[in-house]
Design a binder for this molecule. Structure first.
Ligand SMILES: [Zn+2]
Length: 219
């Protein structure tokens, strides 16, 4: 495209600007440049939603009331970050454990590949590229189109256990956001590093378990 623009005299000035700005001085602006890292502005949107819901109530404020509201917001948020600090531990919930166990039942274990050090590649449910091809693309990083990149990205998850303890890294959207997901927990169960939850269907019945057995049975 740059070559096409260079050929056009009128576009050449723009070509120079584009090249300086977006190829040379800021080369990593595009989706996919920071591989396997979060790429949404969900945090920003969530905060924006809270401002509308709790502070401005979707009204356009005059400058004086805006300043008062802004002061109140920064006061509230400063207190909130002191009162509820960042979590320093990850808890795996029972629900996550049950879903990880379900994933493990469907998982073709021969497709789980060891990538190197403590990294593993797990096929995803929306797999379009097999895991060995996925690894080749991971190393070469060459793609012909954005869609090809997205298909590759969604075909497998990269799980990293180099920290040994939670938070564990996984490239799926839950792993990136919550540091715990079915893939990392599923692999831990596969290697018997974590106990498998009580299988579904053999749950205890309703009510309190009977303590008193039948009178004539031996213990
Ligand atoms: Zn995951």
């Amino acid at each position: 495209m740059v070559m096409k623009w260079t050929a056009d005299k009128d576009l050449d000035a723009f070509r120079k600007y584009f090249e300086d700005q977006w190829l040379l001085s800021l080369p990593f602006w595009y989706e996919g440049s920071a591989n396997l890292s979060p790429s949404t502005n969900n945090g920003l949107e969530s905060l924006n939603g809270k401002i509308k819901l709790m502070y401005t109530l979707r009204n356009k404020l005059s400058l004086s009331s805006f300043l008062q509201t802004a002061e109140r917001m920064s006061y509230d948020w400063s207190l909130a970050s002191a009162n509820t600090p960042f979590a320093i531990q990850i808890e795996f919930t029972d629900d996550l454990a049950a879903r990880a166990y379900q994933l493990l039942q469907k998982l073709d274990r021969t497709k789980v590949l060891h990538l190197g050090a403590a990294s593993y590649v797990v096929p995803s449910s929306e797999q379009k590229t097999g895991t060995s091809l996925w690894v080749q693309y991971y190393h070469s990083m060459s793609r012909n189109s954005y869609n090809e990149f997205i298909d590759w990205l969604n075909s497998a998850r990269l799980v990293d256990f180099s920290r040994l303890t939670p938070p564990l890294f996984c490239s799926c959207k839950y792993g990136l956001k919550e540091y715990s997901c079915v893939h990392s927990l599923g692999l831990l169960m596969m290697w018997d590093h974590r106990k498998v939850p009580q299988p579904l269907g053999t749950r205890r019945g309703k009510g309190r378990p009977k303590k008193v057995k039948l009178a004539l049975t031996k213990d």
